[in-house]
Ligand binder design. Sequence first.
Ligand code: SF4
Length: 372
Amino acid sequence: MREFDIKGWCPGALRPMRSGDGWVVRVRPRLARLTRAQALGLCDMAQAYGAGLIDLTNRANVQIRGVSDAALAPLQQALAALDLLDDNPGLEARRNILIAPDWAQQDDSSRLWLDLANRLADLPDLPPKTGFAMDAGPAPVLSQDPADFRIERGLQGLILRAEGHARGMALEQGREIEGLIRLCRWFAQTGGAQSGRMARHRAPLPGWAIWDAAPLPARAPLGAGISPVGLTLGAAFGQIVARDLAQVVAATDAPAIRVTPWRCVVLEGLTAAPALPASLTATAHHPALRVDACAGAPFCPQASVETRAFAGQLAPLVSGSLHVSGCAKGCARARAADVTVTGRDGRFDLVVQGRTEATGLTPPQILTRFER
Ligand code: SF4
C-alpha cells in the first residue's frame, strides 16, 4: 500500500500548496532566469512574507515556504509587480518547462522554450505534472531530470523524445513545437490521463513518425564554481538563506541569476567568486551538495520523520550521494543516490546502491551502520 498521499499537482504561485508550516508558494521563472531586480525582490519577499528561505526545486523553480494566510495575497501582489506571475493558474500549471541552464540568447534551447511558452494554450488536457525539457545545447544535459517530453540534440539535428523511450523522432527546423504538440495530442488520445506520466504510458508510439533518432551522449551538469555561464552557487539541501543570496547579488554586478534543476543558482557573467556567506558554496563537490533532503517533519504533513538534521549527521559518514526522504514520494531528488534513506511510520528504510539493505531502522541504527 502506498505510504504517501499523491497530490497529483505541483504548487504554484497562483495555486500554492498548504504545508505543515504554512503555504508553499512556488515561482516558475521564465527561462529559469530571474533578473537582478527579480532576484533581489524575491529575497525581500522570502524575508517579509515567508520563513526567510528560498527552496530550489529539481524543476528549476524557486519556492517560498512558511507563508501565512494573511501574507499570501500581499506576496502574490509583490510577485505580480515583478512580473513573476502567470495570467492564470491553468497556464501556470502548464508552464512546466525545463531548459538547459547554459542556454544563450536566441539559441535553440531558449527559442524553443519561448515558442512552447507561447503555445501552452494549444496543448491538449494533460496530467497536471506533465513536464517538458528544452535541452537543445551541444548535447543533452537534462537527461536525468524530470520531463515527459524532451527536445534534445541528436546526431543529425534536434529530436523529440518521449520519456521511457531511448530514441526519438527527427524534428523539422522551425516546426519543433508543432511536433511536440502533436505528440502531446497522441498522448492525450491514447489514455495519457490514466497513465499519469509518459514513462508509464504503454501505448506504442504513433506511426506518423520514425522513432529511430538517438540523443547524443549526455554532458555533465554544471557543478559549483565558475563556468562560461557565470558563477554557480549551491546551498545545503538546495535551501538558500534569502538574506545571504541578496547580499551576494548586491555585492556583484551579475545582471541575473539562473536556477538549475540541480538545486543551484548561477550568477550570470561572473568570472570570480566574491566573499561568500557560510550558507553558500562555490566549491565543486562540496559535501553539502552531495546531500538531498526534503523538508520532512514537521514541515511536510506526509512525513513521519525529521530529515534535515539527520541528513546533516549522516552525510559525513557516507561517501557518494545521499538522499534522505521524509516519505516514499522522494520529492528532493529525481536521480538515484548512492545511499537513500526513506521515512516510513517514524522509521527509515535503507537502500544502498539500489538494493534495499534494511527496513524499519532508527536514526542511531543507521548512523551505527555507516560508522562501522
Ligand atoms: S518526500 Fe518529503 S517533502 Fe515530499 S511528500 Fe514526502 S515527506 Fe513531504
